[in-house]
Design a protein around this ligand. Structure first.
Ligand SMILES: *Cc1c(COP(=O)(O)O)cnc(C)c1O
Length: 244
């Protein structure tokens, strides 16, 4: 058994255990394998093990991997394989991002939504997106402040951006804080989802993407439908390669 296969087995057992604690069926939680900084061969190995949803955080890095979603699908004979962008996207890279990715999980501005809609239109693509919500007060955190005017403007505009398909929300939990604080952050994302789903009936909010290697158990208990796991599957990354 390879290290990756062992890690996947251990992770799967932990996910099942978190689901048991939460009283939720395992099938409610999608596992996204975060392959940023992983070489293409490792991504291919993960896909061969049956992982089907991948997250990358940089347009340029994934573009350089020469192993794109379509190639992965045909290499594994698995039509379900999807690769999503989970890192901050500069709007001038929208066209390239729409070419490379099957979904953008880090939509964080109205301007970016307009650009992605235009880019998807050019390719005749309907692009699934998640709004990235900033709930942590850490300066460095990405995402849109949910109580901002811009968040309201984005939600009001999205139904008219016909090439984008809103699927839900994403957040990154706070680092180095107590479990209680992390849990509060995840709960807050769920509450924003409930509030917005009631207020914007033309939009869909089924996906709650929250929880990473260190906190996916708490996220599952607080209602995550998608967890994003890198380190627990692929081992530690080199810090220098992680920067945006
Ligand atoms: C890197 C990253 C992850 C995975 O983090 P791990 O702690 O390695 O599991 C999840 N989400 C986002 C947005 C990331 O950038």
């Amino acid at each position: 058994m390879t290290a990756l296969a062992e890690n996947l087995e251990r992770l799967e057992a932990e996910i099942v255990e978190a689901c048991r604690r939460a009283g939720r069926p395992r099938a409610e939680i999608e596992l996204m394998a975060v392959t940023k900084t992983c070489p293409a061969a490792v991504v291919a190995e993960a896909a061969a093990l049956g992982l089907a949803l991948f997250g990358e955080n940089r347009v340029q890095e994934f573009g350089g991997k020469a192993l794109h979603a379509a190639a992965l699908r045909s290499a594994c004979g698995n039509e379900e394989i999807r690769v999503h962008l989970i890192g901050h996207l500069q709007s001038n890279k929208s066209q390239r991002a729409v070419e490379l990715f099957d979904g953008i999980d880090s939509l964080d501005s109205l301007r970016l939504a307009e650009r992605l809609n235009e880019a998807a239109g050019k390719l005749g693509k309907r692009l699934p997106v998640l709004i990235e919500v900033k709930l942590s007060t850490e300066e460095s955190k990405a995402g849109l402040d949910p109580s901002s005017l811009e968040a309201t403007q984005l939600l009001e505009r999205l139904p008219e951006l016909g090439n984008l398909q809103l699927r839900g929300l994403m957040t990154i939990g706070p680092f180095d804080v107590s479990d209680a604080e992390t849990r509060a952050c995840f709960r807050s994302l769920r509450e924003w989802r409930d509030r917005w789903a009631a207020a914007y009936s033309r939009l869909e909010f089924g996906v709650l993407s929250m929880g990473m290697s260190g906190d996916f158990g708490l996220a599952i208990e607080e209602g995550a439908t998608r967890i994003r796991v890198g380190t627990a599957l692929f081992g530690a990354r080199q810090a220098a390669m992680e920067r945006d």
